[in-house]
Design a binder for this molecule. Structure first.
Ligand code: NAP
Length: 286
């Protein structure tokens, strides 16, 4: 193996410690502790685990837990009313609607009830538009986590060739926009890209968020490149990503593992967004 491994677990811990310090400073300065409202609809076991972790880590950082749980058969109007109530509650700094919601609900319409300043998942149309225009706003957590990892490992972005595999609103598209904002030359690949490996081989920085296990192999990586694997797949042999880690580690310069790479960063950046939102709402800058 030649690649250096990016330790997302350690970076995420540092981010959470920074957030905890920020919360303590806000309170010591006469402010109010940030409040995070996670909203879970139904009883999907994976979503329950994600929400439990978000709640635990937010309270460990000194935030106030405003979790709400709605039954799986809740109506659209009732779910929207709850989000409106949280939107109006000054104790709630951030609202996170755990996705996916049950199929009978219109999740886009639900997310639209979350005001941009409390949209700590960064998925509202307004925050997505601000990002697209290169203006300040709350950024989606996983893409923000990817950028933080690149910064922690001092990866040069200005002028770099960056290739992003995937164009989802949740990951690929915002990652590409964030890289562009940092003056990388960005190419976005998707399911219709003609020769994926050939395009990926151009990359100094390759971010893969396609949702296909081991899609990217050594033939798609330029020697010495930085490779960030956003994919998460649970196989019989444990968790793995969209990148063939063992093969790519022989070629890349810097590489995220799965687990222990991007995964832990998502919640850490959610906490960072919640602190940012609370500060802004309390007139203490961004
Ligand atoms: P998604 O909505 O399914 O999007 C996948 C994207 O990959 C689409 O844009 C799709 O292209 C593209 N794609 C599919 N097959 C491809 C191929 N053969 N070649 C090139 N591009 C291809 O998935 P997502 O929500 O972005 O998530 C991606 C992965 O990241 C998943 O494994 C997910 O579990 C993981 N994830 C991890 C975290 C974390 O915290 N670590 C957070 C979110 C997601 P089209 O647009 O043409 O369909």
């Amino acid at each position: 193996m030649t690649a250096r491994t990016i330790d997302g677990t350690a970076v995420a811990r540092r981010v959470r410690e920074d957030v905890a310090r920020g919360v303590a400073e806000l309170v010591a300065d006469g402010g109010t502790a940030p409040g995070l409202a996670t909203v879970l609809v139904g009883d999907d076991p994976a979503s329950e685990v994600y929400v439990r972790n978000k709640r635990r880590l937010s309270t460990e950082a000194g935030m106030v837990d405003h979790h709400r749980h709605l039954p799986a058969d809740v109506g659209q109007a009732e779910a929207e009313a709850l989000l409106d109530e949280l939107a109006a509650d000054p104790a709630v700094s951030g609202i996170l609607l755990q996705l996916p919601t049950p199929k009978h609900l219109d999740s886009d319409a639900l997310v639209a009830r979350i005001p941009a300043e409390k949209d700590v998942d960064g998925l509202s149309t307004l925050n997505a538009g601000l990002l697209a225009q290169g203006r300040p706003g709350l950024r989606p957590c996983t893409p923000a986590g990817v950028m933080r990892l690149l910064d922690e490992y001092e990866v040069e972005l200005a002028g770099a060739e960056a290739v992003v595999v995937g164009r989802s609103a949740l990951v690929g598209r915002p990652v590409a926009q964030l890289l562009l904002a940092r003056n990388a030359t960005v190419t976005t690949c998707h399911s219709r890209t003609r020769d994926l490996a050939e395009v990926c081989r151009r990359a100094d920085v390759l971010v893969v968020a396609a949702g296909i296990p081991r899609l990217v192999g050594a033939d798609a990586v330029k020697p010495g490149a930085t490779v960030v694997d956003v994919g998460i797949h649970r196989g019989e042999d444990g968790l793995h990503g969209d990148v063939d880690f063992a093969a790519v580690a022989e070629v890349a310069g810097l590489l995220t593992p799965v687990p222990g790479g991007v995964g832990p960063m998502t919640i850490a950046m959610l906490l960072a967004n919640t602190l940012t939102a609370a500060r802004a709402q309390q007139g203490r800058g961004t």
